[in-house]
Write a protein that binds this ligand. Structure first.
Ligand SMILES: Cc1cc2nc3c(=O)[nH]c(=O)nc-3n(C[C@H](O)[C@H](O)[C@H](O)COP(=O)(O)OP(=O)(O)OC[C@H]3O[C@@H](n4cnc5c(N)ncnc54)[C@H](O)[C@@H]3O)c2cc1C
Length: 557
């Protein structure tokens, strides 16, 4: 058995090691065009920032190490140029020249390439990308040699943002330029807003709805589409990644609608002797079965393992990915799993969502931080996705919710989860259970919610509603900022003062974070107010959408 693997990082290196564990006699070769095999690309921003002290920590395995441990031949600086499927050979080019190598089974694990838009000045020596160790070395060297004081990161996805943080840690005045209306475009808007606030708090200049028009390297400025010139001693292009499918396409392998290489659940391409894994393939989104690309390290590693098993005669199935991810937003963490609300809507699903902002552990135990959590669910009560943001406990909730999604749990399953609890870690009802309760109450009609985006539009007067806002916060909270025209009755006075509310009107209760709105709505419903809802996530969530003005001080007479 001759197993040939093209690409030697996450998926490729995993496939090679797994193949050896399965078959001591197979001939296994990795063809890798770069100078390193099995390096930690996810660690690059953290080495650039200095968080990872040693560059060598990023090199997980060398070609020599691969050979001595696994007897895997690694051909570095060797590029696969063409696949001859009829004769089962691969044409490769190394510094020594071109040659043809035979295979019995071929695994493609070529990953993707950052997309660099063709704009004026993009070839200047101060423009970089961060994808490989040589990319990182080049940035490092340029910063040290050129007295770099400012940096512009083009693209507000997770690689751009992690690198922006690294630049800030190195003392560079950093701007982030993002084309869409939010940072972290796959997330829902309100989380993009929280991430932007985290970067702004750390000193970054965040510019959304802007694109890079031109680079003037001589004057060390980047010129945006609105004509603004921003200091740019160094520019990082991080505007998206495209799958490396040219080799596969030229060999007549089928490409999926998402642009990734099409594979079945055994990770076979349309050629039974060629399998593929990692960032280059199209996968099944586990929540709704859509065919998408989910370019993340976890799926790449697991696919590499499965592809190797099947190449050597096994029959493992890949069940698809949820897109669970986590990233460090300076002093905060953002994580998500499954579908965001906008991804669900784009997929044509009828969805609802709840927001909660709760202490990450018992509020009476010192050191709690606010955790924002959103659950996205179907009208049938099935969980579809979740996002969370905060300083602590974020990824713990998202990993539980990822497991719940994999098990196709419903809101009532979530509500009943038996999770660990002691005051330093959580609350007797974990924030994710509080969110599940709120979602159940919403679906059953026990306590209806209104989405914070909708409430913000209504408060801005653009949603054309004659609903009445009832602010149930304390007097102190109300004085600091309230919606114009809102009736203010603190929750603890609501029972006695309910007759001040207009009968027959639609009432929308606004509280700090939603929970007191729910309490008020239950009270009002029981004393005869029929049309009552509360803003999910309260004014905390509404402020993330913005667009409305808040008055300060006493109510106007
Ligand atoms: C800076 C950075 C940070 C990241 N952080 C995270 C993170 O925190 N969490 C996370 O889940 N994911 C993260 N990722 C994404 C993650 O690294 C990728 O999803 C993962 O590496 C994909 O693995 P892969 O094997 O498919 O592709 P890659 O790791 O990209 O490897 C593909 C390899 O194939 C080689 N190759 C391509 N074509 C040829 C050819 N024709 N001949 C020979 N060799 C070829 C390439 O040189 C490359 O080395 C990060 C990526 C980067 C760049």
């Amino acid at each position: 058995m001759k197993l040939m693997i093209v690409g030697g990082v996450a998926a490729g290196a995993t496939a090679a090691a797994r193949a050896r564990r399965l078959d001591e006699n197979a001939s296994i070769t990795i063809i890798e065009k770069g100078p390193y095999v099995s390096f930690a690309n996810c660690g690059l921003p953290y080495r650039l920032s200095g968080d990872i002290a040693k560059r060598s920590a990023l090199i997980l395995q060398t070609a020599e190490g691969f050979f001595s441990r696994y007897r895997v031949d690694v051909a570095l600086k060797t590029e696969a140029l063409a696949i001859d499927r009829a004769n089962k050979t691969l044409l490769v080019r190394s510094p020594e020249g071109e040659r043809r190598v035979p295979y019995d089974k071929l695994i493609l694990a070529q990953g993707g390439t950052p997309f660099v838009p063709k704009i004026e000045g993009v070839d200047s020596p101060n423009v970089f990308r961060l994808w490989t160790i040589p990319d990182m070395d080049a940035i490092d060297k340029y910063i040290a040699a050129n007295g770099v004081k400012s940096a512009v990161v083009v693209g507000g996805g997770f690689i751009g943002l992690e690198t922006a943080e690294a630049f800030m840690k190195r003392g560079l005045a950093t701007s982030i330029v993002e084309l869409t209306d939010q940072l972290m475009p796959p997330a829902d808007f309100e989380f993009g807003a929280q991430i932007a606030a985290a970067f702004a708090e750390a000193g970054a200049a965040v510019r959304v709805k802007r694109s890079l028009a031109k680079i003037d390297a001589a004057n060390r400025v980047a010129i945006l589409d609105d004509g603004t010139a921003i200091p740019a001693d160094l520019i990082l292009m991080s505007a998206g990644v495209r799958p490396n499918t040219e080799l596969a396409k030229a060999a007549g392998l089928t490409i999926g609608a998402s642009g990734g290489l099409l594979v079945d659940d055994g990770l076979y391409t349309n050629d039974p002797d060629i399998l593929a894994a990692g960032d280059m393939v199209e996968v099944t989104r586990r929540v709704d079965g859509a065919k998408v690309r989910i370019p993340l390290a976890g799926p790449a590693n697991r696919q590499g393992r499965i592809a190797a098993t099947n190449a050597l005669g096994g029959s493992m199935k890949y069940s698809g990915a949820l897109g669970t991810s986590v990233f460090k937003a300076v002093d905060y963490t953002f994580a998500q799993t499954g579908l965001s609300e906008k991804a669900a809507l784009a997929a044509g699903l009828k969805v609802r969502a709840v927001h909660v902002h709760r202490p990450h552990h018992a509020s009476y135990y010192p050191g709690h931080n606010l955790l924002s959590l959103k659950l996205v669910y179907g009208e049938d009560g099935k969980l579809l996705g979740a996002q969370a943001f905060g300083k602590e406990g974020v990824e713990k909730r998202i990993d539980v919710l990822a497991t719940a999604l994999a098990a196709r749990m419903s809101l009532s399953d979530l509500a009943e989860l038996d999770l660990s609890y002691a005051p330093p870690y959580s609350s007797a009802n974990d924030p994710l259970q509080m969110a599940a309760f709120a979602a159940q109450n919403d679906l059953s009609g026990y306590s209806n919610i209104i989405a914070p985006r909708e409430a913000s539009l209504m408060a801005a007067g653009t949603a054309g509603s004659d609903a009445v806002f009832v602010d149930v916060r304390t007097f102190g909270e109300y004085l600091k900022g309230h919606l114009a025209g809102a009736i203010h009755i603190p929750l603890d006075e609501l029972r006695d003062r309910a007759d001040e509310l207009p009968k027959g009107a639609r009432l929308i209760l606004v509280s700090v974070a939603g929970f007191e709105g729910h309490l008020g709505s239950r009270l009002l419903k029981q004393i005869g107010f029929a049309d009552v809802a509360y803003v999910s996530g309260g004014i905390t969530s509404m402020r993330l959408f913005g667009g409305f003005t808040e008055e300060e001080g006493e109510p106007q007479a």
